[in-house]
Design a protein around this ligand. Structure first.
Ligand code: ASP
Length: 589
């Protein structure tokens, strides 16, 4: 028997017991003739005490960091207790030990505060994963997984696997492709999501499907994106949007309760996409704080009267003028305001400056545009923005889309600066009534905002023949948003062949192309497709949020780096000529 207990298990109540432990050596500390070793495993750390009688053996076979050892000994009370770890009241007085495997000196310290840089840790990910922080993250991930499965089981969902080697499904990203040896010159695609399969399962009558499943998207990577990631993918039949929102709000609440011990009793607020854009400038509002966007002028229409009579060219010439009222920030210094100006000028934000109005505590107003607005006018602007004494109003002006986006970023930035985005405070909501189409400016064509299987609002179906009005059509689509991050989205699907064909046509697909790409789905819709809808959650992102962290990478056992590489495996990599030949591939490099 290697061990009687784990390294996280023993307490004072076990004092006097003879035990066997096995694990990795975290540290070796020699004090004169005695030696202390911290022994680590998945469960925790236990201190070992080697008295002087073991010195000859320790001299003969010294113990080093990350060696795998096994010890026998007695649990004794520690004189010098460590309140920071659960086993801190005891130690093991070692009577015998064996080295099971030696280890090279690790390239970085295996502790939460490690000295290893990102690349080094990625290269030795198996060592990185020994660090308690990562262990906690993976434990949390497992708990979320269990909780999801338990809840969906109580709701009658079945976990059904779908293939990875498929034909491409358009979800808006590039496909990863896999050459087929047996079908020369042909390729499979890896699924961007199991979208069409889950819909086919509904046609087959498998109401209430789910999968916690890998999805693959060949996108340019950002901090919180990975080429392969995991979704909680779900689909239901004979449902309306309301059924889906109820079912998955339940899932969300169950996860919060199981994983965080948080009871969410209230129903999640719902906000239309239009409202979200109007009040927050984006479709994933962070509701941990107010600071709504104030729409002084939008697409040429003035809402704040004062703007009409002014000589201020910047506002007069701008398509849109937006403001936020920052509570309690009227005492922002010149330096802080200059900093904000620099911030909005960054290329990612792309504005030329920010106008400020200080609503001083003594009731006076001071503004960077005093030349154009008198005190009364500033007061009117403040009233329009709901700003009171002590608040600071920040105003951006420019083209509608850019200004709205910039203001939404500035709002979040001010939320950060004012400490209003506490990671332990959770504010979920549903964003509903998304537009069905989105205009792709680069390609100058309409694309599906969610995906082409999303149904339009029934009363707007007739607009589908009229490209001029595509922008008006709303979809039966919804997102679940938490703390400014979209963590899930889905839709009620189209389930009639003719409507699906209309949708493909609206997206500029010819009949032949639609048949070639989606003949299987169109065909299935002729054999009794039920009304259905579903949703998918970003599992990695949900875990990161529950762990109060930003990057999903830290919640995956073996992630890729920012360039999409696995630096441990050194993948992707070239394959040899023989493999290339077998696959009928020729490199042009
Ligand atoms: N397949 C969709 C996605 O990955 C989710 C859904 O509509 O269920 O975003």
């Amino acid at each position: 028997m290697y061990r009687t207990h784990t390294c996280g298990e023993l307490r004072l109540a076990n004092a006097g017991t003879e035990v066997k432990l096995a694990g990795w050596v975290q540290t070796v500390r020699k004090f004169g003739s005695i030696t202390f070793v911290d022994l680590r495993d998945r469960y925790g750390i236990t201190q070992l005490y080697f008295n002087e009688s073991l010195n000859p053996r320790l001299d003969e076979t010294p113990i080093g960091r990350e060696y795998v050892i096994q010890v026998s000994g007695k649990v004794i009370e520690r004189t010098n207790r460590n309140g920071k770890i659960p086993t801190g009241d005891i130690e093991i007085e070692v009577s015998d030990f064996a080295i099971m495997n030696i280890a090279s000196t690790p390239p970085f310290t295996i502790e939460d505060n490690t000295d290893g840089g990102e690349d080094l840790r990625m290269k030795y990910r198996y060592l990185d994963l020994r660090r308690p922080v990562l262990k906690r993250n993976l434990e949390l991930r497992y708990k979320v997984n269990r909780s999801v499965r338990n809840y969906l089981d109580t709701q009658g969902f079945w976990d059904i696997e779908t293939p990875f080697l498929i034909k491409s499904t358009p979800e808006g990203a590039r496909d990863f492709v896999v050459p087929s040896r047996m079908n020369a010159g042909q390729f499979y695609a890896l699924p961007q999501s199991p979208q069409t399969f889950k819909q086919l399962l509904m046609v087959s009558g498998y109401d209430r499907y789910y999968q916690i499943v890998k999805c693959f998207r060949d996108e340019d990577l950002r901090a919180d994106r990975q080429p392969e990631f995991t979704q909680i993918d779900c689909e239901m039949s004979f449902v309306e949007q309301e059924d889906i929102l109820q079912t998955f709000e339940g899932l969300f609440k169950a996860v919060f309760k199981d994983v965080k011990g948080i009871e969410m009793t209230e129903s999640f607020p719902r906000m239309t996409w239009d409202d979200s854009m109007w009040h927050y400038g984006n479709d994933k509002p962070d509701l941990r704080f107010e600071m709504k966007l104030q729409n002084l002028k939008v697409s040429g229409k003035v809402y704040c009267e004062v703007l009409n009579g002014s000589e201020f060219k910047v506002f007069n010439e701008a398509e849109t003028v937006l403001a936020i009222a920052v509570k309690g920030a009227s005492e922002y210094t010149r330096k802080q305001l200059d900093e904000l100006t620099e911030w909005v000028k960054r290329p990612q934000i792309g504005m030329s400056g920010v106008v400020n109005v200080k609503c001083n505590v003594d009731g006076t107003y001071k503004s960077s545009v005093d030349k154009f607005f008198n005190e009364d006018q500033l007061k009117s602007i403040a009233a329009f923005c709901g700003a009171g004494a002590g608040d600071l109003i920040l105003i951006l002006a420019g083209a509608e889309t850019r200004t709205r986006k910039a203001m939404s970023e500035l709002r979040l930035e001010m939320g950060n600066r004012l400490g209003l985005r506490n990671p332990d405070h959770y504010t979920p909501l549903w964003v509903i009534d998304f537009p069905l189409f989105e205009h792709d400016e680069e390609e100058n064509r309409w694309v599906a905002r969610h995906h082409p299987f999303t149904s339009p609002k029934p009363e707007q179906i007739e607009l589908m023949g009229n490209p001029e009005r595509y922008g008006e059509i709303k979809a039966n689509a919804y997102d679940i948003v938490l703390n400014g991050t979209e963590i899930g989205g889905g839709s009620i699907r189209i389930f009639q062949r003719d409507l699906q064909e209309k949708m493909f046509a609206a997206l500029g697909m010819s009949k032949e192309e639609a048949q070639e790409k989606f003949g299987f789905l169109l065909g299935a819709f002729e054999y009794g497709a039920p009304p259905h809808g579903g949703i998918a959650f970003g599992f990695d992102r949900l875990c990161a949020l529950l762990g109060g962290q930003e990057t999903i990478r830290d919640f995956m056992a073996f992630p890729k780096n920012n360039a999409g590489r696995d630096v441990m495996l050194d993948a992707p990599s070239a394959i040899d000529d023989k493999q290339m030949q077998e696959l009928n591939l020729r490199s042009t490099l």
